[in-house]
Design a protein around this ligand. Structure first.
Ligand SMILES: NC(=O)c1ccc[n+]([C@@H]2O[C@H](COP(=O)([O-])OP(=O)(O)OC[C@H]3O[C@@H](n4cnc5c(N)ncnc54)[C@H](OP(=O)(O)O)[C@@H]3O)[C@@H](O)[C@H]2O)c1
Length: 286
């Protein structure tokens, strides 16, 4: 029998690439739907089936889904409300429906914590909630990964020599390394116990965003600077900077909502994440 084939959509992304690599390392045949096959090949190397196309192209999506056992969705929307809706909701809905029609065995989706009807108070969280809801309604077996903040996000807040802490981020967060998460996603394809579940992916230690940034800043040789969400929103409006406006709204959501759910079931079924923030920083420096 051939190895199961898993399609990764978003396999060139910060969080999709480690999943594609882990699945391949674990013996799956990995197919990618890539807008830029050359970029995918350069980034991931040989040994992947690559279908050229974008997720809104129904024909390319069907071709990518044909003959696969599972599909992992790791797309990113934003920063406008329309783009969150296009990627986090509509793309997820379309993939799930097409997966159901082509007889795909399961869909796994990277979502986030604080995604629920009660907490759908920003374009991102609303679209993610709608995407999760559409996946569940599609009838295809699913696993939703409600992940906390990834350690890989920390460098994204660096500009020059400064690391911006945006907003009053009071909540303790279990920062997780993408490689731990990728191993958990791959393991999820090796058991049926994960089907039709939302699993919370939390790392081994909790730090507020400010404390995590201090640790990363020390390793990266940068300084943490504070910026309120109001100030970023005003700067974004004055300079017509959609990214900044979107970031201000996103960080307001995380000022308000801390982690919800428990990682116990994910850890029991998929293995506990082990990499600490300090270990991750040291590895990154090497
Ligand atoms: N950062 C965190 O801490 C965190 C925590 C929880 C959840 N998440 C969620 O994780 C998800 C993935 O984030 P990320 O940082 O990995 O995003 P990313 O690096 O921007 O990756 C997005 C991927 O989607 C692909 N893509 C974009 N538009 C596409 C289209 N129209 N058709 C096909 N492929 C398309 C991109 O391909 P190209 O190479 O062609 O651009 C890329 O491979 C996001 O939804 C985010 O909200 C993040």
């Amino acid at each position: 029998m051939n190895n199961p084939t898993i399609l990764v959509i978003g396999g060139t992304g910060m969080l999709g690439a480690p999943v594609a690599q882990q699945l391949k390392a674990d013996g799956f045949t990995v197919r990618l739907l890539a807008r830029n096959p050359e970029k995918a090949r350069k980034m991931l190397g040989e040994g992947y089936e690559i279908i050229s196309g974008e997720v809104a192209d129904a024909k390319a999506l069907r071709a990518a889904l044909t003959g696969v056992d599972g599909v992992h969705i790791s797309l990113k929307g934003g920063p406008t409300a329309a783009d969150y809706e296009r990627m986090d909701h509509l793309a997820t809905r379309n993939i799930a429906q097409a997966a159901r029609e082509t007889g795909v065995g399961r869909v796994t989706l990277l979502s986030a914590y604080a995604v629920s009807a009660e907490k759908a108070d920003t374009p991102e969280s609303r679209s993610k909630f709608r995407g999760e809801t559409a996946l569940k309604a599609s009838g295809v077996p699913f696993t939703i990964f409600r992940a906390t903040w990834f350690m890989e996000s920390l460098p994204l807040f660096v500009q020059g020599k400064s690391l911006s802490l945006i907003g009053d981020q009071i909540h303790s967060l279990h920062w997780v390394a993408a490689s731990d998460y990728a191993r958990m996603v791959s393991n999820s394809y090796q058991t049926d116990e994960t089907l039709n579940k939302e699993l919370y992916i939390f790392g081994p230690e909790a730090y507020t965003m400010g404390d995590a940034m201090k640790i990363y800043a020390e390793h990266a040789g940068v300084k943490v600077t504070l910026l309120s969400t109001q100030m970023l929103a005003v700067l974004g409006a004055l300079t017509f900077n959609t990214e900044w406006k979107g970031m201000a709204t996103l960080m307001k959501h995380y000022e308000k909502w801390g982690e919800d759910g428990s990682p116990d079931e994910a850890n029991r079924l998929l293995g506990t994440p082990k990499i600490t923030l300090k270990e991750w920083c040291q590895k990154k420096r090497r």
